[in-house]
Ligand binder design. Structure first.
Ligand SMILES: *Cc1c(COP(=O)(O)O)cnc(C)c1O
Length: 380
């Protein structure tokens, strides 16, 4: 018998003027990329991150692919990437012929382990991809040192980290590039979308060419060349202005979105603290030098079976929950690169014990009370 309503794991929500802005985009008669709303979103993000340039893309995946092209990744190159991440962090470089060098994560933040990274650098290493897991900053001071010492650029996959900070500086402002996602599961959304954040101006001009399918179209419209032509490789990386209109409305509400999500995050944290203490469930750890982005709330159970049991129990109570990431190094693709069980032990362990709780902008305290008491009941 189920009398209560379902609590969904994620729920993309309108937060303000999304539909009005989309209507305005239609009225402006410009629905393709690089239009009025695209430029507004780009300058908004550029300002928020202190970036040299921002280009809206069709996804974070597309922005990672652009990063790989901009760094001239070639067959035989190596790219260091966590195994505990979304597939695109590796795929974008594998598409250029690189070998992903999977490195393990830290037990406290589940972020790439900076000390292990340095031991995996070789003369073929062309990039280090860091992921600010759950919107908690990686040890960027150390990563920047390592990058500089070995002449290897850092890419921040900042899909979780928009509006988070490390040592008071925005996540996404540290790497040569940072990539953002506006997929419906992220904090600020437009369905499918992303951005390439360029923090090194040397890459700005070429980035615009790749973005415009390998042409100098942007220069042509700026009156810098008298016709536009094919000058480099590239692809269709531009976000439709219709989606940029949706995105601008979300960016307008970013303070509200962040404050809602932080409120939810803290309520879980406080509500689960005593339960967690009693049943050896671990809560997220936020280092003192990080302001996290409240992207997701996770728990680490003592074993895979208690984690899986919790998912089923929550489901029986109409509550959606989820786990991730399946270690990339143990996937069929990962194994093709020669990886095997035990290569990234922390990733393998955490992946089996991690559970994500519902977190979206319309989640109520009553919803959260139901989630918290279900967990307490099962483990009580
Ligand atoms: C969501 C996500 C991506 C992919 O984003 P898309 O916009 O769907 O391509 C990449 N990396 C991380 C860490 C993500 O969470």
């Amino acid at each position: 018998m189920r009398t209560e309503t379902e609590i969904s794991f994620n729920s993309p929500e309108l937060m303000g003027q999304e539909l009005e802005f989309m209507q305005e985009a239609v009225a402006r008669r410009h629905l393709s990329g690089d239009g009025y709303f695209t430029r507004l979103c780009q300058s908004r993000l550029q300002e928020a991150l202190g970036a040299k340039k921002v280009l809206l893309t069709t996804s974070c995946t597309a922005a990672l692919e652009m990063s790989a092209i901009l760094l001239d990744i070639q067959p035989g190159d190596e790219v260091i990437v966590p195994s505990f991440t979304f597939v695109s962090g590796a795929n974008a470089f594998v598409l250029r012929g690189a070998k992903p060098v999977f490195v393990d994560i830290r037990r406290d933040t589940l972020n790439l382990d900076e000390e292990l990274v340095e031991t995996k650098i070789s003369p073929r290493t062309k990039a280090i991809v860091v992921v600010h897991y759950a919107g908690v900053g990686c040890e960027m001071e150390r990563f920047l040192q390592i990058g500089e010492k070995h002449g290897v650029p850092i890419i921040e996959d900042n899909a979780h980290g928009l509006f988070g900070k490390y040592q008071g500086r925005p996540l996404g402002s540290f790497g040569t590039f940072a990539t953002q996602s506006f997929h419906e599961t992220k904090n600020v959304i437009c369905g499918e979308g992303g951005a390439l954040v360029i923090n090194d101006s040397r890459y700005a001009e070429r980035a615009e060419i790749l973005w415009e399918k390998g042409t100098n179209r942007k220069k042509f419209f700026a009156g810098l060349v008298d016709k536009y032509t094919w000058v480099d490789i590239g692809s269709s990386f531009l976000l439709s202005d219709l989606l940029a209109a949706f995105l601008l409305a979300q960016l307008d509400q970013s303070l509200k979105i962040q404050s809602l999500r932080h409120g939810i995050w803290r309520y879980y944290y406080e509500g689960l603290r005593s339960v967690a203490g009693r049943f050896s469930i671990e809560l997220p750890q936020i280092p003192a030098n990080c302001e996290h982005a409240a992207h997701l709330f996770y728990l680490l159970f003592s074993s895979r079976s208690t984690r899986d049991e919790t998912i089923s129990f929550l489901r029986s109570r109409g509550i959606g929950s989820a786990f991730h990431y399946l270690p990339l190094h143990l996937s069929p693709m990962g194994r093709r690169f020669g990886y095997t069980d035990g290569d990234n032990p922390v990733t393998e362990d955490v992946s089996e014990r991690l559970l994500r709780l519902p977190l979206h902008n319309r989640l109520t305290r009553e919803d959260q009370d139901r989630v918290i008491s279900a967990i307490a009941e099962l483990h009580g």
